[in-house]
Design a protein around this ligand. Structure first.
Ligand SMILES: Cc1ncc(COP(=O)(O)O)c(C=O)c1O
Length: 385
């Protein structure tokens, strides 16, 4: 009989150390807690890490995706190719500018957007494609770049899971597209809430910065810093999507540890593969050899002939104090998208199968070998019933 865990194992707990805490306290004591010099430093640090000319930090990846749509001038009448297998934020960003998200099914195994199906879905109205590097696994950047160039598409990469991922030695974010990252609590690095947009284009970077702060011609730091008050002008109404220095204070100490954390995630991943062998769970495919997988999620697929359903498995693991996630129930399964666009599960057979069978197990640098043993023991117990 299984000995119950004492505490609940959080599925994606952030790693927050003394350096982050001290830096946050430093911001609080400094009196400058809003957007200011720490956001500036974090943006520079991110640009250097990604090897990209510009990074602009915003309040979330969702904000970065939405602002990308705006700066590209995507709107009513335009179509944007979006994977069915993603978090709804990707498709919502397209909806919010009045454009049409055209959902694309996944490749079996990896669950990544099927780029052949994407190509087949291109019409004269297709303006852009928004690939998602699901779980931290890079999409095929050779094929994506070829599609972009042959059809003249804009590319907005949803890299919410993929900070630190690489394709042929180049970091995701450095392929000349707009790339949006997330620093939400469960992500590979966290500023609690936060996101960034990477771009090579200085005008795009400047426009993102303006749109993230009401459309003002000068940011708060420029207006109120020790250089004295200066007036701003608005040429286009913007939004309130700025990152604060308190958030950036966390990021400044998280980013330098990202690579070490990805290596730790990779160790845990391999160990899960070993521990779960023989169970009716299909492990995630191994990373492609010429890539670096950011190892954001460890997702398994429950075998169709398992003794219980995926949702029963989630409940049973919760009873054993094991936190889990579902990434994702496809966009086409949500009533808004299903009803607005008349979508059916049959149109997206691969994404539908993933929606029904996927389960993400606890994975973060905070997870210990003993935690993993508890997960494996609980799974063995539950799946034996
Ligand atoms: C694939 C994907 N895209 C976008 C987002 C949105 O990120 P944020 O929470 O930073 O807005 C998420 C967040 O979970 C995500 O998983």
């Amino acid at each position: 009989m299984l000995t119950p865990r004492e505490s609940f194992l959080i599925f994606g707990a952030p790693m927050i150390g003394e350096e982050e805490i001290n830096e946050v306290v430093d911001s609080l004591r400094s009196g400058w807690v809003g957007t200011g010099p720490k956001v500036d430093r974090f943006e520079t640090m991110l640009s250097a890490y990604l090897d990209v000319e510009h990074c602009r930090c915003v309040s979330s990846c969702t904000a970065a995706l939405f602002l990308s749509m705006l700066v590209l001038g995507i709107g009513p009448g335009d179509e944007v190719l979006v994977p069915a297998m993603t978090f709804v934020a990707s498709a919502n960003a397209v909806e919010h500018v009045g454009a049409t998200p055209v959902l694309v099914d996944s490749v079996p195994g990896t669950g990544l957007i099927d780029l052949d199906a994407a190509e087949a879905a291109i019409t004269p109205r297709t303006r852009a494609i928004m690939p998602v590097h699901l779980a931290g696994r890079p999409v095929d950047m050779d094929r994506l770049t070829d599609l972009r160039d042959r059809y003249g598409l804009e590319v907005i990469e949803d890299a919410a899971h993929a900070l630190g991922a690489e394709w042929r030695g180049r970091r995701i974010g450095a392929f000349g597209n707009l790339t949006a990252f997330s620093f939400y609590v469960t992500k590979n690095i966290s500023t609690v809430e936060g996101g960034a947009l990477a771009t090579e284009d200085p005008d795009t970077a400047a426009e993102i910065e303006r749109l993230a702060l009401h459309g003002l011609s000068l940011g708060a730091w420029q207006r109120f810093s020790d250089a004295g008050f200066r007036h701003y002008e608005v040429v286009r109404p913007g939004f309130k999507y700025n990152m604060t220095d308190v958030q950036a204070a966390l990021g400044l100490h998280q980013l330098p540890r990202l690579d070490e954390w990805i290596d730790r995630r990779a160790e845990l991943w391999t160990r899960y593969d070993e521990l779960l062998a023989g169970l009716p769970l299909e492990p995630p495919p191994a990373p492609e050899p010429h890539t670096r997988h950011a190892r954001h999620l460890y997702q398994v697929l429950l075998a169709p002939d398992a003794s219980l359903t995926r949702d029963q498995l989630l409940d049973a693991l919760t009873e054993h104090k094991i936190g889990t996630g579902v990434h994702y129930r496809g966009v086409h399964t949500h009533p808004f998208y299903r009803d607005t666009y008349g979508l059916s599960d049959e149109q997206f057979p691969v994404a539908t199968a993933i929606s029904e069978r996927t389960i993400s197990l606890p994975l973060s640098p905070k997870v210990s070998e003993a935690d993993q043993d508890d997960v494996a023991t609980a799974l063995r117990e539950v799946l034996r019933r």
